[in-house]
Design a protein around this ligand. Sequence first.
Ligand code: GAR
Length: 202
Amino acid sequence: MSKVKIAVLCSGGGTNLQAILDAQAAGNIPHGEVVLVVADSREAFALKRAESFGVETAVFDKREYPRAARESAILACLKAHGAELVVLAGFMTVLSAAFVKEYEGRILNIHPALLPSFGGVGMYGLHVHEAALARGVKVTGATVHYVTEECDGGPIIAQKAVEVMEGDTPEMLQQRVMREAEWVIYPKALEQVCKKMRGDTI
Ligand code: GAR
């Protein structure tokens, strides 16, 4: 059985990418393999993580490529590498409907809240945790979902709840959500999807 070729799209630190690469190295993603990491910023630390893992990288920097040109270049790169599944891991641009259509049902995203709470346009990174604290929720978490035209609105694949603690700052909450939820559920959801794509339901 050939493994599903996975491309991971990142913009920054890439800790979710790291969790995926670590899971792959540990043999926990037997149905898939990360073949490409794409960043939209030359400074994205995710690129270093990919390089030290021996994964090919490509950069289409926001400062050099206007949005439409960037998307076309990313799409061409994905196709050139034979990517079958696109994984957004801290990718901070909302993809256009045309892009989503090209990989319909084959784009995953992780969001740092329990969707449909604290999702949608403008809800990314630390803003999500600021909003959760401002609303006073006692439980938050992370969600892995399929990407559709509607920002953060696609079918949910996995979720994990995380407790909010008294005195949490957005940064503290972000770290806890990553450690207890994101890095745990993303690699698992990815294997689940890859397995399904290969028609293996066992
Ligand atoms: C993660 O918390 C991820 O859930 C969030 O950005 C962070 C990226 O961290 N993504 C979004 O907010 C997307 N709407 P990472 O680069 O270390 O994986």
